[in-house]
Design a protein. Structure first.
Length: 683
């Protein structure tokens, strides 16, 4: 559904600037941006953290704090947002604009039932009578494909999965036929399968209501599949706009080229990613002239780029803010990294012995209820996992949230006690070690956490943080003290002059590098990396992925790489194991698993990954799984995947499939019907 020819835009932004003034100095977060969004249209706004995307959305909805100084014009229908009073803005948000925030956990009130939260805006604005609210709330949940909505309206947010919470937020945002929907990173924290469900629901609701949508995201694959037009932001400005096909096929700004080239892709295997050098500027410290100049391969050394911020020039429906747009084609000679040549597989007799061997690992947690805390059930978080990692190898461990990936990694490290099974490191059994022996083993086995913000002590200098493992093991002086720490900083691409700073003074990518340096302090043989790049922008992600590859080659490290980003996994891993509900359901070398997935769950995961190519929009090979991953406290009988499987038969509900070698390909899979069946054939 699109707007009628000549119809006025639902949203019109002109010369918008937002400056924060409460810190003692002016901080320009958004600088003179203009755009329109029409009914039935999806505008994708992309850019790195700090580029001004979310501040723009808050300005449109009138939710900026008092310290923000706003200039320019924002018109939503007939409302001028910049001069409207609080009551007018309240009515606008209730009747005209819906907002989908990034984190549904913080959007929803934990002490109110979901049904009340979904419908309370409609009740307060008089669209729905209080007596009709429960039925209307259930209808809204039904529209976003939440099962059993009549029962769900009385449940609380903690009783919903992450994907269900986000769908409830979509129902809340689109209730009442809103004319404008702003979705701020709506799928960032979601698994690829849940992301596909949420995007399908959002597209369905938009088609039904004809709403205009602003999609703010850093996932270029999502933009390629959903957006009509794209606005690229950098340093608080829009530096390029155009249709989604124009932007992806022929970008006209070097920053857009950098974003596209730094993206790991499921359909391309490259030796190395091509990151944008350096870090994005903070709004308080923008460089003179063009904000992108310090990172730009074209204008880095040109006086004009250093002296003058380029204007946004419009031509034939496109606009670009670059002094030298005609030179952009020189950056596009190889828009994608070359495909890596296949590495011959060594004969089994020449393979080194495994460094890590896990056999039938179990991690079960008791469920205790009642006053006496009696055990009334068991959560089977990990239920018979077997894997191995050889020296210098990277094994990827993938699956949806709740499948047991992180619990497996932490059990291997001894951070969680295993309930059963065997963990051998270097031939020694880890599960029976006393604390002193386990500490010695951990010197060779280190963990890198997902969140670089939470994994560093904020009251210690980063030098002391990296030195801490050496001090704990009594090796600080023997290793060379702070000289060793300085060497570690240089090894991960940081300056030794940064040793005296605190974590708050670093960007997300730099914090992750500090975490890697800390993990390398004891010269380990194995790193367990738990979603190490999930919280990073795509350009910074490429830098960290390249760093991990360089360190592995230089130091001979083995990696257990836990992730849900299948594009990154394909780029960095040698072998891949797929987990579902506490078990490994498929394991193979990288190329076999990606090109000939045998298990229906693997096929579903791969088909759900958005590809950054608008030409493939609407391809028929996508498998959108129905429902959510079952609770490990109440796993289904038979094959754990059968309630969601598109190939399930009666046998699957009663008989657990064996994890076995396939006769037709070098793959092990736990499926009664496992076969090299491509996702396109499964649609």
């Amino acid at each position: 559904m699109t707007s009628a020819p000549g119809a006025p835009p639902v949203l019109s932004v002109r010369n918008l600037s937002v400056t924060f003034t409460g810190s003692g100095r002016d901080v320009p977060a958004v600088r003179d941006i203009s755009f329109d969004v029409h009914a039935g249209e999806v505008l994708g706004i992309v850019g790195e953290s700090g580029s001004g995307k979310s501040v723009t959305s808050l300005a449109i909805t009138g939710l900026l704090p008092p310290t923000a100084r706003v200039s320019g014009s924002i018109r939503v229908g007939k409302v001028e947002v910049t001069t409207a009073d609080a009551e007018t803005l309240r009515h606008m948000r209730g009747r005209e604009v819906g907002m989908i925030f990034q984190d549904p956990t913080t959007t929803l009130n934990p002490v109110l039932p979901i049904g009340r939260q979904v419908i309370e805006g409609q009740v307060s604005h008089g669209f729905v009578a209080a007596s009709e609210a429960p039925a209307r709330a259930a209808a809204l949940l039904r529209e976003v494909d939440i099962p059993d909505p009549d029962a769900r309206i009385g449940q609380y947010p903690h009783q919903f999965s992450g994907g269900m919470r986000q769908r409830a937020v979509i129902a809340m945002a689109m209730a009442g036929q809103k004319r404008l929907i702003i979705a701020d990173e709506p799928t960032t924290a979601l698994d690829v399968t849940v992301q596909a469900q949420v995007l399908a629901v959002l597209a369905k609701r938009q088609a039904e209501t004809g709403a205009a949508v602003i999609l703010i995201t850093h996932d270029l694959g999502v933009v390629a599949e959903t957006a009509d037009r794209v606005a690229v932001m950098y340093g608080g400005r829009i530096v390029e706009t155009g249709t989604v096909r124009e932007i992806f096929a022929a970008p006209r700004h070097p920053y857009t080229v950098g974003l596209l080239q730094s993206l790991p892709r499921l359909d391309v295997v490259a030796d190395r990613l091509v990151p944008i050098p350096g870090q994005p500027p903070t709004p308080a410290r923008l460089p003179p002239g063009c904000a992108f100049r310090p990172r730009c391969p074209i204008g880095r050394d040109r006086p004009l780029c250093a002296a003058e911020d380029p204007a946004l020039h419009a031509e034939a429906g496109r606009a670009t803010a670059c002094h030298f747009p005609d030179e952009i084609p020189t950056l596009l000679g190889a828009p994608l990294p070359p495909r890596a040549a296949a590495t011959p597989k060594p004969a089994a007799a020449t393979l080194p012995a495994p460094l890590l061997e896990v056999e039938k690992l179990q991690v079960h947690f008791p469920i205790r209820t009642g006053l006496l805390r009696r055990q009334t059930g068991t959560v089977r978080a990990v239920d018979g996992v077997s894997l191995s990692v050889r020296p210098g190898e990277t094994l990827g461990l993938v699956g949806e949230s709740g499948c047991g990936k992180t619990t497996t990694g932490r059990a291997i490290m001894g951070l969680i006690r295993a309930t059963g099974g065997s963990i051998r490191f270097g031939g020694d059994e880890v599960t029976t070690m006393d604390p002193a022996a386990l500490r010695r083993t951990r010197r060779n086995m280190q963990y890198i956490f997902q969140d670089p913000y939470a994994s560093l002590n904020p009251i210690k200098t980063v030098g002391d943080i990296v030195a801490e493992p050496l001090r704990i093991h009594g090796l600080f002086e023997d290793a060379g003290g702070m000289k060793r720490v300085a060497e570690l900083f240089e090894l991960v691409g940081l300056s030794r002059t940064m040793l005296g700073r605190y974590p708050a003074e670093f960007s997300g990518g730099q914090k992750q590098r500090i975490g890697i340096a800390r993990a390398l302090a004891l010269a380990p043989k194995l790193l367990i990396l738990d979603e190490p790049v999930a919280a990073l922008d795509v350009s910074i992600q490429a830098q960290v992925v390249n760093l991990l590859q360089d360190l592995q080659k230089e130091l001979g490290l083995a990696y257990l790489f836990i992730a849900h980003d299948l594009s990154v996994v394909r780029h960095i891993c040698n072998r891949v194991a797929v987990m579902y509900l506490g078990r490994i359901v498929e394991q193979a070398d990288r190329d076999t698993l990606y090109e000939q997935p045998a298990h229906p769950y693997t096929q579903s995961l791969l088909s759900a990954v958005p590809v950054p190519d608008p030409a493939r929009r609407g391809h028929t090979g996508r498998i959108v799984l129905q429902g959510d991953i079952p609770s490990p406290a109440k796993p289904p009988s038979g094959c754990p995947f059968h309630p969601r499987c598109f190939r399930a038969e009666a046998r699957c509900s009663t008989e657990i499939p064996a994890f076995r070698d396939l006769a037709t390909q070098p793959t092990r899979a736990a499926c009664h019907f496992a076969a090299p069946r491509l996702p396109e054939q499964a649609a």
